[in-house]
Design a protein around this ligand. Structure first.
Ligand code: A3P
Length: 288
């Protein structure tokens, strides 16, 4: 990884990030999802896409693009997808990024485009990322073991993780959402899991695509069902497709549970995250 402007970047993605920083021009109607890896990006991409593209969703649920395309194909990742892919996105353009707020291109900050940020408890994020990155980091000869996990955990908890430090990434967007609530909507994965309907309604209002009273009775539930991990996981495109030649879609959907870290980390491992949890707690929100 490379350290740049106070954050860690995966070296393979760095060139794309620099190019995004220097060349991306935001439109006022753009919608940007910002997140750390493994905090619910795929879920939020599907929800954003479904909110904005919901015509006839009740009648044509099975024909919705989410049945044939992975959410990452429908909502490109800025800094990772090629400029040609970005240029083809129809308006209102939906994008995502893992880049921290302070390093976003100026046009995103100064235009009227909206930013949705999703955060997740660092312990669950760590466990999710451990499982995810195993597919890339483990060669056939190397077996993942507890020692390797502890090594990764110590780094992660000290801030050395993709797009980390985790707490600083979250706090930058959190502060911006307080200062500029019409620009940045701050969501917690845990809150979405607990009260999905209320969150979806709020999300749609923030984006300028509010649900009508009728839609609140049926379309909201349709979208939640369409974008549920259970549903997405079973779609053929997500079982056998690939997002990039090196990323199999099936790895994007694991358990999708809150608090799964207790099944993987000992109390002493979790303790390594105390300082990070404390920094987040001080900010006044409470991912649990
Ligand atoms: P777990 O590994 O804890 O199961 P990202 O999309 O940012 O990579 O985040 C991946 C995490 O979100 C994984 O968590 C994954 O299972 C979960 N996830 C993926 N799709 C989801 C959905 N539709 N609803 C809830 N969680 C989802």
């Amino acid at each position: 990884m490379l350290f740049y402007q106070g954050f860690w970047y995966l070296s393979f993605a760095f060139q794309g990030i620099i190019s995004f920083q220097s060349h991306f021009e935001a439109h006022d109607t753009d919608i940007l999802l910002a997140s750390l890896p493994k905090t619910g990006t795929t879920w939020l991409k599907s929800l954003l896409y479904a909110i904005v593209n919901r015509e006839n969703i009740s009648k044509n649920h099975s024909k919705h693009p989410l049945h044939t395309k992975n959410p990452h194909e429908l909502v490109p990742q800025l800094g990772l997808n090629q400029p040609e892919t970005i240029a083809q996105v129809p308006s209102p353009r939906l994008f995502a990024t893992h880049v921290p707020y302070s390093s976003l291109p100026e046009s995103i900050k100064t235009s009227n485009c909206r930013i949705v940020y999703v955060c997740r408890n660092p312990l669950d994020t760590f466990v999710s990322s451990w499982h995810y990155f195993l597919q890339f980091e483990i060669s056939k000869e190397t077996k993942p073991d507890k020692e390797m996990m502890e090594e990764y955990l110590i780094k992660y908890s000290k801030g050395v993780s993709p797009y980390g430090p985790h707490d600083e990434h979250v706090l930058e967007y959190w502060k911006e959402s307080i200062q500029n609530p019409t620009k940045v909507l701050f969501l917690e994965y845990e809150g979405l899991k607990k009260e999905p309907k209320a969150h979806l309604i709020r999300l749609a209002e923030f984006l300028g695509f509010p649900f009508s009273a009728d839609e609140k009775d049926n379309v909201v539930d349709e979208i939640l069902e369409l974008c549920s991990i259970k549903n997405l996981k079973e779609m053929e495109v997500n079982k056998s497709g690939q997002w990039f030649p090196w990323v199999e879609n099936k790895y994007l959907f694991r358990k999708g549970e809150v608090g799964d870290w207790v099944n993987h980390l000992t109390p002493s491992m979790a303790k390594q995250f105390d300082q990070m949890q404390e920094n987040l707690k001080k900010a006044g929100f409470s991912s649990k």
